[in-house]
Design a protein around this ligand. Structure first.
Ligand code: NDP
Length: 450
């Protein structure tokens, strides 16, 4: 039995109740054996056994009072996964599906993604099973304050710097920041994704979505192609999807779909970005509102669609950008995309494709950009926000965007070069995993058994 399969086998027994975590580890470990064969030091130092284990899991009770005066209780978490190459860094997710297994998967992925950015940040993730949907503004604020009452003692600008994720945008970061400042009396760069008035970075809001498109453009450029004139499917309609759509237009492509948890929009004229922002960023409404404002668009409710199939991936497109959530592209979706002539998939969401869908993309030879490489622009720009905070300065939008663009080019080149090095040109899953892993593993060895 190989070293990677031994470690995987052991985890399967101990984490059988955490399928997303097992899926994320399997995806990484399945690609690392060639490196383990080449460099026995990793097995000798038991790096795999150590790297799959978070340095620390903090779980806490979050209690708050709703608008009716009722006491509410939620579970809060912060998983400080790996600090070998820098302070813990990773988002906070507020969604009813959040549990330890989901955050382990996200935190584990974050280690390699952060390493790939080429900046000095370790991996972490956190959040709560709190559901922001249907909550009033004051309920959101009270929840964020109660969450920070627990979290503040474990974070700091050189310890752990959380950011946003699903359900956590600028508004929530603002409330969390205010609570931290009140509890500590310190004004410091403790969260990223902050408002521009108190230490936020220009282009952070746009960074993940823009970065995914920069990554897709790099993959296509290497194949003598570009996004110009490409018809694209985007899923989701939150932060990542919105700025993916915006950048696709800037690159001359035409995004025709978006979705939310209740349904999907197909707009053959191209997604109306202004309407999308109005509906999602201003009104925080469902996509049925998009249909009201753009009557010629098609709206397909999730309930109308057969179980296990996702409408957005049935629309014939040249390129696909999953930007909603994990496991939103299964094998059948992948086959449909490929049969319809899709030539490029770049992942904005974390782990949007199942392992068999990934294998189908790789086998087809299309340009496939896995999440930890393609969506690393968000955390990379968070690191740029930390740099600006530490230097008590702020850069222009153009400066930050140019740095982001360069980081995405570098990530692509490094992943592609590593895939070549291991004899699998074009396999960016293997390239990204090995490239991200190597730096963290070498740092762990250099720092000793601690
Ligand atoms: P948002 O909360 O802004 O948007 C999430 C979008 O996905 C919404 O349209 C939401 O629909 C939809 N969605 C969420 N859960 C589900 C579900 N279970 N089924 C169907 N649709 C769902 O989050 P972000 O845009 O920030 O994040 C999207 C993805 O990108 C996540 O996987 C996140 O981890 C990843 N990511 C985000 C980064 C960032 O900088 N924000 C950085 C790197 C990765 P609805 O509103 O109806 O719930």
């Amino acid at each position: 039995m190989t070293y990677t399969s031994k470690v995987l086998e052991d985890l399967r027994v101990r984490h059988s109740h955490q399928p997303e975590f097992l899926q994320a580890v399997e995806e990484v470990l399945n690609t690392l054996q060639p490196l383990m064969d080449k460099e026995p030091k990793y097995e000798k130092n038991k790096i795999l056994e150590r790297i799959v284990e978070p340095e620390r899991i903090i779980q806490f009770r979050v209690e708050w009072i709703d608008d009716k005066g009722e006491i509410q209780v939620n579970r809060g978490y912060r998983i400080q996964y790996n600090s070998a190459i820098g302070p813990y860094k990773g988002g906070l997710r507020l969604h009813p599906t959040v549990n330890e297994g989901v955050l382990r998967f996200l935190g584990f992925e974050q280690i390699f993604k952060n390493s790939l950015t080429g900046t000095a940040i370790g991996g972490a993730k956190g959040g709560s099973d709190f559901d922001p949907k249907g909550k009033s503004e004051t309920e959101i604020m009270r929840f964020c304050q109660a969450f920070m009452v627990q979290l503040y003692r474990y974070i700091g600008p050189t310890i752990d710097v959380p950011a946003g994720d699903i359900g956590v945008g600028g508004r929530e970061i603002g409330y969390l920041y205010g609570a931290y400042k009140r509890l500590t009396t310190r004004y410091e760069g403790i969260l990223t994704g902050k408002d521009l008035n108190f230490g936020g970075s220009l282009a952070r809001k746009e960074a993940t979505g823009y970065g995914v498109v920069y990554f897709a453009a790099e993959m296509l450029k290497d194949r003598g192609d570009s996004l110009e004139g490409k018809i694209c499917a985007v899923s989701g309609s939150g932060n990542v999807a919105t700025y993916c759509v915006e950048k696709l237009y800037q690159e001359g492509a035409k995004p025709v779909t978006i979705s939310d948890s209740r349904g999907s929009i197909y707009d053959p004229n191209g997604i109306n970005l202004e309407v999308m922002k109005q509906v999602k960023e201003v009104e925080r409404a469902s996509l049925t509102r998009y249909k009201e404002l753009v009557p010629e668009a098609v709206y397909v409710p999730v309930a109308d669609y057969p179980e296990g199939k996702h409408y957005v991936w049935t629309v014939p497109v040249d390129a696909a950008f999953p930007c909603a959530t994990q496991n939103e592209v299964n094998l059948e979706d992948a086959r449909t995309l490929l049969a319809n002539g899709c030539k490029c998939v770049a992942e904005g969401a974390n782990m949007p494709s199942s392992i068999d869908a990934i294998n189908a993309f790789l086998a087809s030879g299309i340009a496939y950009g896995p999440a930890k490489a393609a969506n690393a622009g968000g955390v990379a720009t968070s690191q740029l926000e930390m740099e600006q905070n530490a230097g008590m300065t702020s850069w222009t939008f153009e400066e930050v965007d140019a740095k982001l663009h360069q980081i995405m080019r570098n990530i692509y080149r490094n992943a592609a070069a590593t895939a070549e090095e291991f004899g699998q040109p074009g396999n960016l899953v293997l390239g990204a995993n090995i490239c991200g892993f190597r730096k963290v593993a070498d740092a762990m060895i250099a720092q000793g058994v601690i």
